[in-house]
Design a binder for this molecule. Structure first.
Ligand code: NAP
Length: 253
């Protein structure tokens, strides 16, 4: 069974690792190319956009893809919509792999906002020391509230032109530990954390540390997930794929 796995997430990497030794499923992992040195699993990979829905449709046909697994980041809505449209046009089966959102817990001081512009506005007019963990592509709204001091953490160093003034950058890739996150928040005298509600375990420690230090958090809410067959997490995705491979083989597809 030929599978195209849309990735860029911990879940997609876990599915790719599980598929590496599977003789019944031939999978290709697709990455957007946002990270300069991605960690590649032991299955074939391709990097870069397909060229919209038309390009993805062409890819699915040319590579005889039977199942499209959308394990993209919860904020990668364009790719998910393209996957939905391309699957509808080609009749290729599609599975969405969801990652549960982070939930507010007792002691949390979260301000939930709809997008990055609102996140920047929520920081207010008094200068604050901000720990910004929103990815290197979405810094522009913070450059327009330059009275705050920013510590920015991302997997790759952001372009200098995208940075708010006086920003300090930390280049690091998760998973992160609670104690180290707590030390980092204290060392930089952070008084507010800004994050997307990405969910998952790799980067949740910053929220636990913020709770322990009673720091406020500005959190960008998730966009609505695309419709369609959905599982939560890599293990359920593997169960779905193995079941589908077995039933396809039994039908002689
Ligand atoms: P997006 O806005 O949904 O996608 C934009 C375009 O990038 C897509 O239309 C597609 O180009 C290409 N693309 C995205 N994912 C792809 C994949 N797995 N394989 C091949 N092409 C892919 O997503 P985004 O620009 O990557 O990111 C949007 C949000 O998600 C940001 O908040 C970002 O921080 C977050 N995020 C993304 C990733 C990731 O790996 N993509 C990882 C972590 C966080 P074509 O239309 O040309 O096919």
């Amino acid at each position: 069974m030929n599978v195209l796995l849309l990735g860029g997430t911990t879940e997609a990497s876990a599915v790719a690792r599980a598929l590496a030794g599977d003789p019944t499923i031939r999978a290709v992992l697709s990455l957007a190319g946002r990270t300069r040195a991605p960690v590649l699993p032991e299955i074939p990979a391709r990097v870069g956009g397909f060229g919209g829905v038309d390009g993805l449709v062409r890819y699915l046909w040319e590579h005889s893809v039977e199942v499209l697994v959308d394990a993209t980041h919860p904020f990668a809505t364009q790719m998910s919509r393209n996957a939905q449209a391309a699957a509808e046009r080609t009749g290729v089966r599609r599975l969405v792999v969801l990652r549960p959102e982070w939930q507010r817990e007792p002691g949390d001081a979260w301000s939930e906002v709809a997008d990055m512009r609102q996140a920047a506005a929520a920081l207010g007019t008094q200068p604050r020391r901000v720990f910004l963990t929103v990815g290197q592509q979405e810094l522009a709204p913070f450059a327009s509230v330059p009275w705050h001091d920013y510590v920015i953490r991302s997997v790759d160093a952001p372009e200098a032109a995208a940075l708010p003034p006086r920003a300090r950058c930390i280049v690091a890739r998760g998973p992160f530990e609670v104690e180290a996150e707590r030390r980092l928040l204290e060392q930089h005298a952070i008084d507010v954390l800004v994050t997307k509600n990405s969910g998952g375990t790799a980067t949740v420690a910053k929220l636990t540390a913020a709770r322990a230090l009673r720091l406020p958090v500005v959190i960008v809410a998730r966009p609505a997930p695309v419709a369609g067959p959905t599982v939560v997490g890599a293990a359920a995705a593997m169960a779905w794929l193995r079941h589908h491979a077995a039933t396809s083989a039994a039908r002689g597809v």
